[in-house]
Design a protein around this ligand. Sequence first.
Ligand code: ARG
Length: 576
Amino acid sequence: MQKFYKLIEDKVKEALLKNDYQVQDVIISESNRPDLGEFQYNGAMNLAKDYHKSPILIANDIKMTLEQDPFFKDVNVAGPGFINLSVSDNTLLKYINNSDFSYPKNDKLIFLDYGGANVAKSLHVGHLRSANIGEALKRLCNYLGYNTLSDTHLGDWGRPLGLVILELQKRNPSWAYFDENYKGDYPKVGITSTLLEEVYPYASQKAKEDEEYLKEAQNMTKQLQERKRGIYALWQEIMEVSKTDIKKIYDRLNTHYDLYKGESDAEKYVPEMLTYLDKQGIVEESEGAKVIPVSEDNDKLEVPPMLLIKSDGGILYSTTELATIYERMQINNPNEIWYIVDKRQELHFKQVFRAAYKSKIVSADKKLVFAGFGTMNGKDGKPFKTRDGGVMRLTDLLESVKTESLKRLNENITENRDKIAEDIAISTVKYADLLPNRETDYNFDLDKFCSLDGKTGPYILYSTIRMKSLLKKAEENNFKYEKMSIIRGNHTRDLILLLTNLDNVLNNAFNAKSLNDITDYLYKLATCFNRFYTENIILKETNEAIRESWLYLVSIIYKVNNILLDILAINVPDKM
Ligand code: ARG
């Protein structure tokens, strides 16, 4: 990746040195006064303090030096000492003709934990952002040269499974799974996802109303965690059905994992971890339970101890969480682990992370990162619910977007309508989901998100297809486009300038662990391209150098566009 901003920063730094000004870091930003320049340097004000000199004089010194450099087209000073810079055509041509957007590989390993599906419960709208943000962050890391490992971290070992198994037992007491005296392999009973989808909400509601039932369910969870033969075998059947189902939805969302591990895998590490923790001497008894105190002196709000073992000997979400870190450090030893989880789980992670560092399960040079995300609410800003007040299943949400996309799909398209509508629907959902900052809540507005105008998935797809068909027509006309030799026409320069910002956009997204800079950039790129496309008659241009330059630029914009859509895990249909 060519770092265009760095190039300018080096030039300015050199000019400063030449004028005997010493600075550590020169930071160039995009100009907020495009009428005055394309880039901006605001460091003269700080230097003025160090050198007891007026900033305008310093700015003028720099201006005089930079003006000599053909790299720049215009250098001017505004206000108290802002330096505005514009680069020459040659500089931009050189940049675009040598455009390389790839990053070298590095040897860091980032482990990403996202998706968070729960076995025996359907994925609901709350799981959407985890999958979308997590998958995109993983792809971004890979693009930037990092090695990654991804894991769904299935919720497969806790209370919901106790509930489901108990209810199945009540309904089918004769299943071999429940026969204490049964020996040999258990015959499968034909668990289906439809059955599970019905059983869990029923059992969960019942446990709220019936204390006896709740106790039985807790007992069932314990039997599962003790791996009682029949119960464990039934759990395995449930797991198989549920995992297949979960994978289907993740496939629809272009979300793929290296690992499909879960709480149950980590549980195997619990005894070993407990021994280790005991040796570290950080476990304390509290009302019969075992805890790890994790509060720190400058906590504004008290951070309660992390619960390790309940007084009845049972383990909790936090126990398997810590054991998962223990497991990942033993097996994969990543440099960083990123958790893309609902921001309401922040306290849980704070406790677990502190316990992990305190116990030295994780050494201080490694990073545990909580990347919490905001909620997707209904159009009215209230939690997203189905018409009858239930939790909205993710499949139902995707179907409703697909139906709407199909309805809006151009009638002239007769082939592959279903596949095209699916691609549009997924792009709609993903783009809308990744558009707000990760931590911000947003409201789901079907009409707005499906619109062909504005910051929407369909708008981006439409523009991408337009780029592609323009290039196809150029090829049909045997127009070559191997380089850019001249900058002419409306918005041509703006497009190149946008490209020079790509490296910043990607790095900002990586640092913030949020995709909003990328979705925003895609919108800017599409809008600028569409203006360029409408205002220049590209294929009919008779000056070959101009035509080739435009087409070459389009080919680069198209390429960058595809790189970014691929990072967001958005497929582009052939037509729409
Ligand atoms: N299964 C959890 C849920 O639905 C999310 C899991 C997130 N990942 C983790 N390592 N705890 O809330």
